[in-house]
Design a protein around this ligand. Structure first.
Ligand SMILES: NC(=O)c1ccc[n+]([C@@H]2O[C@H](COP(=O)([O-])OP(=O)(O)OC[C@H]3O[C@@H](n4cnc5c(N)ncnc54)[C@H](OP(=O)(O)O)[C@@H]3O)[C@@H](O)[C@H]2O)c1
Length: 474
């Protein structure tokens, strides 16, 4: 048997350290050998939760199946990992010190399988070195001191051609992108997030990740029939349901108004607003407020909601964050105000969708400029191509062709979560992100909007809103 024992002290509350380490998926962010780690059992992390971890082993790699064997929240966690050649028992204890630091003691006991005991002596030095490197990695991850977001040279090169930029939208783009990521250990305890469209697709994956990170979550959904199943699913996955659920059909500006009034009345400051709800409508239709529904849901709604919620967003010592979920489809369109509302004649759902997403990307930049001095950062992100209910219903042909390269909803939502959570993400504003990196907003020069279109966008939104036939009883 080989026993490793390492101790680190880190400037983080004991609860944060425990939450981060207990989720063993984070090993890829700090363990010197882990290259992949997934949670293989559903539900919150507790005794019995299993993780599949793949580790580098010389020129090859080996699989370890971990299971949590004991857990005392904020104090200790024990895991057993079984691999082909050995079994390892990890005991990790957490202790709050009077200095304010947290001491983490990590003991790993390796037992070699039959006939391999002789290897133990040779392996011991290497294992000890690896244990020290891993705990240094854990200390670095928990320091949470990552550099400000910036596009790597490789990303800038990819964004210079349409084909390479599109390749980044796939699950392979996600996998390539994540190789350069920094650890994400920021805890969201005490942060209030408002998230629209949380019951499905990217929104649901975002809600799960934010609850796991400790955030206080207000979700906005439109269908009361989906409320109970969403709350059950969130609870089953994370052990917690959303703290507050608001019902609103966000394609109706009267409901956006009523929603913002309810939130303002409740008076809870918002640390992060995520404008995620969206849909691609293949058929032309107007809402009862007499406006084409794509522009209502995808542009007017996030504009109105964000501006109305400003009294709750603007209040902070640390920057509040607004995150707008746009789409790579917007790369095909140029902002022209007179084309944002498409008529039935010549309507194309993908174009209507892309035009509104382009306008929301420009609006993100305008807000960022204006709100810089008010301690609010505003960024947009696009998720690449992710296999969600939205894609399944609106783009079945596209899905058939691209099925093998689509991202999971969790992969598509990753950058939303990162923008909401990562400490360093508040050092960026007015940018468009994919896979935690700022990306170009134009793949072709001909989609660049004029200065006049930019400066007139917000007056146009106000004027369009003023002309709606709102139901004042909503
Ligand atoms: N998936 C992708 O590849 C992809 C690519 C680019 C951009 N996006 C963007 O990502 C966001 C999430 O999309 P998704 O793929 O996750 O789609 P999804 O699976 O259809 O989820 C969309 C969410 O928005 C909600 N929603 C739709 N219309 C609404 C309305 N009128 N009022 C309130 N909520 C409404 C939906 O509620 P219901 O369940 O009640 O309909 C659902 O919760 C959207 O903004 C979308 O444009 C997605």
């Amino acid at each position: 048997m080989t026993t490793l024992r390492e101790v680190i002290e880190v400037p983080r509350p004991v609860e944060h350290c425990f939450r981060y380490v207990a989720d063993f998926r984070t090993t890829v962010e700090w363990d010197a050998t882990a290259i992949r780690a997934t949670k293989t059992t559903p539900g919150p992390i507790t005794v019995g939760t299993a993780f599949a971890v793949r580790c580098k082993a010389g020129p090859t790699s080996l699989a370890l199946d971990y299971v949590v064997t004991a857990m005392t929240p904020f104090h200790s966690i024990e895991l057993k990992g079984v691999g082909r050649f050995f079994t390892v028992r990890d005991t990790i204890t957490f202790e709050a010190l009077a200095s304010g630091l947290t001491r983490i003691t990590y003991v790993a006991e390796f037992e070699y399988h039959l006939g391999l005991g002789a290897l133990a002596k040779n392996a011991e030095t290497g294992l000890k070195k690896m244990g020290r490197a891993s705990l240094k990695g854990l200390a670095r991850a928990l320091e949470d001191n990552n550099p400000a977001p910036k596009a790597s040279l490789d990303t800038q090169k990819k964004d210079s051609s349409l084909a390479t930029a599109l390749s980044c939208f796939t699950r392979y783009g996600y996998r390539r992108g994540r190789r350069c990521w920094h650890p994400l250990s920021t805890d969201m305890e005490g942060k209030h997030v408002v998230l629209t469209g949380a019951n499905a697709g990217l929104g649901f994956a975002t809600a799960v990740a934010l609850l796991e990170a400790g955030a206080k979550l207000t979700v906005v959904i439109r269908d009361p029939k989906k409320l109970e199943s969403m709350q059950h699913a969130l609870e089953a996955e994370t052990g917690r349901a959303a703290d507050n659920v608001e019902l609103a059909d966000l394609s109706l500006l009267s409901e956006v108004n009523a929603l913002s009034e309810r939130l303002i009345k409740r008076g809870e400051p918002i640390d992060v607003l995520i404008n995620n709800a969206g849909a691609l409508f293949n058929e032309h239709a107007e809402t009862p407020e007499r406006i084409e529904r794509s522009v209502a849901l995808l542009l007017l709604s996030p504009w109105r909601l964000t501006e109305r919620l400003m009294p709750l967003i603007e209040h902070h010592d640390t920057p509040a964050r607004v995150i707008n979920v746009v789409s790579g489809g917007m790369y095909t369109q140029k902002l022209r105000r007179n084309q944002l509302i498409m008529s039935a004649n010549g309507y194309n759902g993908s174009i209507a969708y892309a035009r509104s997403k382009r306008a929301l990307t420009v609006l993100t930049e305008l807000w960022a400029d204006e709100w810089r001095s008010r301690n609010i950062v505003v960024n947009s992100m696009h998720p690449g191509w992710a296999d969600t209910p939205g894609v399944q219903t609106a783009l079945p042909g596209f899905r058939r062709v691209t099925k093998t390269v689509l991202r999971t909803p969790e992969e598509g939502a990753d950058t939303i979560v990162w923008l909401a959570r990562a400490k360093e993400a508040d050092q960026a504003t007015g940018l468009l992100f994919l896979d935690r990196e700022p990306r170009t907003t134009h793949l072709k020069p001909k989609t660049a909007e004029t200065d006049e279109e930019r400066t007139q966008l917000r007056p146009w939104l106000q004027e369009t809103y003023d002309n709606l036939q709102l139901d004042s009883s909503a």
